[in-house]
Design a protein around this ligand. Sequence first.
Ligand code: ZN
Length: 160
Amino acid sequence: MSEQEKRVVGDNDVVSLEYTLTVDGEVVDSSEGHGPIEFIQGRGNIIPGLEKEVYGMSVGESKAVSVAPAEGYGEEDPNAFVEIPKSEFPPEIPVEVGTPLQLRDHQGQVFDAVIAEVRDDTALLNFNHPLAGKTLNFQIKVVGIREATPEELDHGHVHH
Ligand code: ZN
C-alpha cells in the first residue's frame, strides 16, 4: 500500500449509504430491500443528526448513530392534532386507529395524517410526521464516496 490518504466523506461528496433505522426497538426502514441511499453531503439531503455523523467516514466503515427528535423529524407538535366528526369521513375509509389519510386543502395541497384516536362521534387526526418525537437509531455503513458533478451541485441532488 502506498502512503495515499484514505478518502473520507466531506462536503459535496456523493455518499452511498446502507442503513437500518430502528425506532422503539422495531426496524422501520432499511436499505436492504431497495439498496443504499445516495445523497450530497452537506446539502441537507438527509436529516441533520445523521448528516453530521457521516463526515470523516470512509468506504467500508460502519457505525451506530442515535439521533434525538430535534435533529431528526422534530418534536411532536400538539397543535397538529385535529378532531373531525366521523360523519365527514367517506364511507370507504375505515375509522380506526392507525388508518393513514391524505387530505387536500382549498389550495390543493396534500397533507398526510393518521387516525390517532377514535371517540364517540369524532376521530382525532395526527398531522405530525410519523417519526416526530422519536429517537432514531441508525446502523449505517458507507459503501461509496465520489465527487459530485457540477450539475449535481447546481441542482443540489444526486443524478443517476
Ligand atoms: Zn437534477
